[in-house]
Ligand binder design. Structure first.
Ligand code: ZN
Ligand code: ZN
Length: 412
């Protein structure tokens, strides 16, 4: 059995080979918390070993971010540094890949005012628009992996010491990302193939509408003409195959921005920029959220939905069977990368251009006409459970089950 150091090495290999799929001569940007220094050193050494021309690391210190957000004057919060946006833009235009390592304390920002949080997120989204266009249109390869910071691990395992909690979370991460398997790279080839089959099956079905039913949820979602189901690995503009998220268990497409009706109830907490929104309900009319409530974090949710017009509409509908390894772990991770892959989910905000036929390279206006939502934000929230049933409506108006009791009803 592999020891911890060997598993870390495998995790690093996975991020570089199946994640960003770094090519010879390419640059790599890593953003990571300072706690992850050891892992970043391993990845950096391996990246140069693969022929990277440059590895640039953006260190994040969550406590410093918290202090700035808490105490700096509003004009600082509202102004994302231009030099930083320019730098990111420069590197992305030079074809750098982006590896984001993250695992924040889910409670760190809980006493930060919702309007300050929203202002900060809006400022960075506006400043980084070009960068985000590159990322969302897969002009460059990118990947997100998790790192178990002690504060995050303690949130999941409050009864354990910091050290034990981290150890336990590492074990979960290695299991869920298939790093504990003999050959993780091969395991990911098999997994990507399975997701490819699921997405191709749904693309063939070409449902025009999905109807969700679960306790607290009765929602219909129109899928626009030309919608494309995605899942597993993607191809960058240059034809390089990569996995944006590790783990990933979802297949997803876009809803019609004006075609969502009914009510949906969340089934897991949403960690938005360090604030938790829990037990919330959204009611839609013709695509727009017309009513919302939340047991915790209602103020944060309110500011999130007020970001812009598109923040009140959906940009993603994703299917994840309840028996996914993350779901089977039985944990709530308080971390979207993990929780979204345990559960069927939706995202408010911008739709991925790739989920519309020929959507990449299409102008924003044409995409909107075709039903794609646009926004500065894209925030996934979880609404799947073992009680969720989904019916698919075909072109001829007949319906058939897509999900029963939280899992695939289809054979593929
Ligand atoms: Zn998703
Ligand atoms: Zn998403």
């Amino acid at each position: 059995m592999a020891n911890f150091q060997q598993k870390l090495e495998k995790y690093a290999d996975l991020a570089l080979k199946k994640g960003v799929n770094l090519q010879k001569g390419q640059g790599l940007i890593i953003s990571a918390p300072i706690e992850a220094q050891h892992l970043v050193h391993i990845i950096t050494a391996k990246a140069y070993g693969r022929g990277a021309k440059d590895v640039h690391v953006e260190w994040a210190d969550d406590l410093l971010s918290y202090m700035k957000l808490k105490h700096a004057p509003m004009d600082v919060i509202e102004n994302f540094p231009k030099w930083k946006a320019d730098g990111m833009e420069e590197m992305v235009k030079d074809g750098y890949s982006f590896l984001s390592i993250y695992g924040p304390d889910p409670d760190l920002m809980k006493d930060v005012d919702g309007s300050r949080m929203a202002a900060k997120n809006k400022a960075s989204a506006e400043a980084l628009k070009t960068y985000r266009d590159y990322v969302m249109n897969y002009k460059v390869t990118w990947n997100i992996i998790a790192y178990p910071q002690a504060s995050w691990a303690k949130k999941i395992y409050p009864g354990l010491s910091e050290e034990k909690a981290k150890e336990k979370l590492w074990d979960q991460i290695f299991m869920i990302t298939r790093v504990d398997q003999e050959d993780p790279i091969e395991a990911w080839n098999v997994h990507n193939e399975r997701l490819r089959q699921a997405r191709e099956y749904l693309n063939e079905k070409n449902y025009r509408k999905l109807h969700y039913k679960a306790p607290g949820t009765d929602l219909t979602i129109d899928l626009p003409e030309g919608h494309v189901w995605q899942g597993g690995s993607k191809k960058s503009e240059a034809g390089v195959e990569f996995n944006p998220n590790i783990p990933t268990e979802e297949v997803f497409t876009l809803p019609h921005k004006n075609g969502v009706n009914g009510t949906v109830t969340s089934t897991k907490p949403l960690n938005y920029g360090g604030s938790l929104i829990e037990n919330f309900q959204l009611t839609f009319e013709n695509g727009q959220i017309v009513h919302f409530t939340a047991e915790t974090g209602e103020d944060t949710l309110k500011h999130l939905l007020e970001t812009d017009d598109g923040a009140k509409r959906l940009g993603e509908v994703a299917l994840v069977p309840h028996e996914s390894p993350i779901s089977q772990s039985g944990h709530i991770f308080f971390n979207t990368l993990y929780d979204e892959n345990a559960s069927c989910h939706l995202a408010i905000g911008k739709a991925y251009p790739s989920t519309l036929k020929d959507g990449i390279g299409m102008s924003e206006d044409v995409r909107k006409e075709r039903g794609a939502n646009d926004s500065l934000i894209h925030v996934d929230f979880m609404m799947g459970s073992e009680d969720l049933d989904i019916q698919g409506e075909k072109d001829d108006g007949t319906t058939e089950p897509v999900f029963i009791d939280g899992s695939w009803a289809l054979e593929f």
